[in-house]
Design a protein around this ligand. Structure first.
Ligand SMILES: [Zn+2]
Length: 130
């Protein structure tokens, strides 16, 4: 007997999925006393999507999005930042601007609810859907 079926997915639940990525990049923040010198970071990026899970008979109806499809779609965008000097892309490559760029590029492709962009290990910026 099945102990967990789609009947347990209630209408008042919010379902989120997340996928993590890692990139290395260089940047320089013009005018900043410390970050005005060229330097690099390894950044973890967490993309979250949100959606409804239908109570259907297929696996697709029991998911918000398929993980592999989500990973592929996100990486197509995120890889543009990997091993790159981000001053080639942004006037001011701050975590805020980089996370917002990722959000903008992904929002029409997948149901993004948030982008968390970690600059190094203990600092992050989160952009969330309004
Ligand atoms: Zn930096």
């Amino acid at each position: 007997m099945l102990v967990y079926t789609s009947q347990y997915v209630k209408k008042n639940m919010k379902t989120k999925l997340g996928v993590e990525f890692e990139i290395d990049f260089a940047h320089t923040l013009r005018g900043h006393p410390k970050c005005g010198k060229p330097h690099g970071h390894t950044s973890r990026i967490i993309v979250e999507v949100e959606g409804d899970v239908k109570n259907g008979d297929s696996y697709e109806d029991n998911m918000v999005i398929e993980f592999d499809a989500m990973k592929k779609t996100c990486w197509e965008t995120i890889q543009e930042l990997d091993h790159r000097n981000l001053n080639e892309l942004f006037d001011f490559p701050t975590s805020e601007n980089i996370a917002a760029w990722i959000f903008e590029k992904l929002k029409d492709k997948i149901p993004v609810s948030s982008i968390k962009f970690f600059e190094g290990t203990n600092k992050y910026c989160e952009i969330t859907k309004n």
